[in-house]
Design a protein around this ligand. Sequence first.
Ligand code: NDP
Length: 294
Amino acid sequence: MGASLIDGKAIAASVRADVAGAAADLTGRIGHKPGLAVILVGEDPASQVYVRNKVKLTGAVGMHSVEHRLAAGTSQAVVEELIDSLNADDHVDGILLQLPLPEGLDANAAIARIDPSKDVDGLTETNAGRVLLGRRGLVACTPQGSVILAKSVLADLSGKNAGVVGRSILVGKPLSLLLQAENATVTMAHSRTQDLAAVCRGADILCAAVGRPEMIKGDWIKPGAIVIDVGINRLETPDGKGRLVGDVAFEEAKEVAGAITPVPGGVGPMTIACLLKNTVLAAARRRGWADPLG
Ligand code: NDP
């Protein structure tokens, strides 16, 4: 193996340790723990696992966790009333609406209801717009975590060629903006890109957020590149347990890349760590205090 592994678990643990310190300090200043509210509508099994992890890790960093589970048939009005009440609740600093919502519910309308100062997922138009404008806001967690991982290998991304495969609102688009803010030269690719392999081969920093198992092959990787694999795809296995793989063919890519994130254990843990980080930032900022983390 040529590449070094980018240990997302360890880096996420160190972000959470910083968050725990900030949370303890804020608890003293506020008089109660900073709080993160999670709304889960319906029974989606993957969402249930994500929410369980988020609740567990929120408590572990010394924050208050509030979980609201609503039945799949809950109306839009009830979801939005809950968001309104969390917006008004001073014990709640962050609101996370677990996506996807069950069919029949309008996720965009629900997200728009979240007070941007508590929008720790960075999905409201206000926070997404602030990333575009290069202004301070709450930055979407997965793209934020991906940049932290790339910078753990190379502190200064200035002038590097970055390739981002995928242009979703959740990952690809904000990630490309964050990389530009780091002064990387960014090329975006998507399902209509004509020579995807060539785009990838030009990238010193290659970020894959596609949702197609092992689509990016080893010989698409520039030798020595930093590879950030956001994809999480479940493959069936004969024992029925399934196996998680990324969007990059890891075994091939690790022979060529300079550094690469594993799946699992790469970007995934960073997403939750950045959610917790955003919650302490939100707790401080909405009280008009300086950012607790550098
Ligand atoms: P979306 O499905 O919203 O977006 C996928 C993007 O990939 C689209 O822009 C699409 O292009 C592009 N794409 C699809 N097929 C191809 C192709 N053959 N060649 C090039 N581009 C293609 O997915 P998300 O961005 O939400 O998620 C991407 C992956 O990241 C998924 O595996 C998801 O599970 C994972 N993920 C992981 C997280 C984590 O914490 N690690 C968090 C969030 C997501 P077009 O726009 O043209 O359709």
